[in-house]
Design a protein around this ligand. Structure first.
Ligand SMILES: [Fe+2]
Ligand SMILES: [Fe+2]
Length: 357
């Protein structure tokens, strides 16, 4: 660890300043700290794990370029001010550039203006996200209510829910999505939106195209629809289920799949996910004790998202597992889950956990 680096005192928004000019770095840090927490480090020091509000780079071009992968944050690009030595980069909406020799007051005026803009857009983004989560919750509630009453599910609702999840995840990222979803306690709806959010993130991570990604999120939104017919006393029981309750609960995949089948208009792949998301690769799952190749890729992806969501959710009778704890449990029961997919999923979720820290 290079000299001069120190950890941040608070978890609030902060400016990340990386500069190889110690005197300039200290002067900028002092001034910026009047407005917002400033984490000032030399090149080569460990970067903070949380997402900064603004990044200021004051480095030779090669050092700045070497930092790029470590500065890539989930969600929209972090606003950046570069104090340019040599050729300026191609213009971008999130980027401002000033000559490294620019007077300090000019640099500070730009920093403060960028902080103000970033704060305003962060607030607007949060408002949009809150709206999307509440719309998605209303849609999931509507789907579950319709299923409980034996009324048809509206395909349009499923599509709108899928669009909301995909838009919110690409705009705000999984960490902000989950934070908003978990602000309220909606039980099954919350779980559904958690699984859908993880599915959207995971699907993008493995490079699915638009149509496959939408099918994956649609499957995640519907995977537990059979729980709409399970008595709420069982769904919300604050403790382990007795054998009879367990038997009933374990009927939810068949109930859900039969419901979609009876209604018609849902793709076979989606119905497959609903029926088989509790199967395990080693054949010990339910309802059909499928194993290995009989479990489709789409089912495997949703199952991983489902298990991870369930482990990291608040439950009345236990503390939620952290992302590393949940992944440790999942890695340890790898006979159940697809190990290749888990290897892609795990780093992505640890990244999300780091951003949430
Ligand atoms: Fe389930
Ligand atoms: Fe589930």
């Amino acid at each position: 660890m290079a000299l001069g680096s120190r950890s941040r005192a608070s978890d609030g928004p902060f400016v990340l300043l990386i500069s190889d000019r110690p005197f300039e770095r200290a002067a900028l840090e002092r001034a910026i700290a009047l407005v917002m927490d400033c984490h000032a480090i030399p090149a080569g020091a460990a970067l903070p794990r949380t997402r900064p509000h603004l990044v200021i780079l004051d480095l030779p071009p090669a050092q700045a370029a070497a930092l790029e992968p470590a500065l890539a944050h989930r969600g929209p690009p972090v606003p950046r001010l570069v104090l340019v030595r040599g050729e300026p980069a191609t213009a971008a909406a999130h980027l401002r550039q000033l000559p490294a020799a620019a007077p300090r007051q000019l640099v500070l005026a730009n920093v403060f203006a960028m902080i103000e803009t970033a704060t305003r857009s962060a607030e607007a983004r949060q408002r949009r996200l809150t709206g999307r989560v509440s719309d998605a919750t209303a849609i999931v509630a509507e789907l579950f209510d319709s299923a409980a009453l034996g009324a048809g599910l509206q395909r349009g609702d499923v599509e709108r829910g899928t669009d909301l999840v995909l838009t919110a995840i690409s705009e705000a990222g999984i960490t902000a999505w989950l934070a908003e979803v978990w602000r309220h306690d909606f039980g099954v709806y919350q779980h559904t939106l958690g699984v859908a959010g993880h599915a959207a993130t995971f699907g993008a991570q493995i490079g699915l195209g638009r149509i496959d990604l939408a099918r994956l999120v649609r499957s995640a939104l519907l995977h537990d629809i059979g729980k709409s017919r399970i008595p709420t006393e069982i769904l919300n029981k604050p403790g382990p289920l007795d054998p009879e309750e367990l038997r009933l609960m374990q009927r939810h995949p068949d109930i859900g799949a039969d419901l979609l089948l009876a209604q018609g208009g849902f793709e076979d792949e989606v119905i497959e996910v609903v029926r088989h998301h509790h199967e395990r690769l080693d054949g010990t799952g339910y309802p059909d004790r499928l194993g290995g190749a009989a479990i489709t890729d789409l089912v495997r992806v949703v199952t991983i998202c489902d298990v991870f969501s369930a482990l990291t959710e608040r439950r009345a009778y236990r503390q939620p597992a952290s992302a590393p704890e949940a992944l440790a449990i999942m890695a340890d029961s790898s006979g159940h889950l697809d190990p290749t997919l888990l290897r892609v999923f795990a780093p992505a979720m640890l990244g999300a956990d780091a951003l949430a820290a």
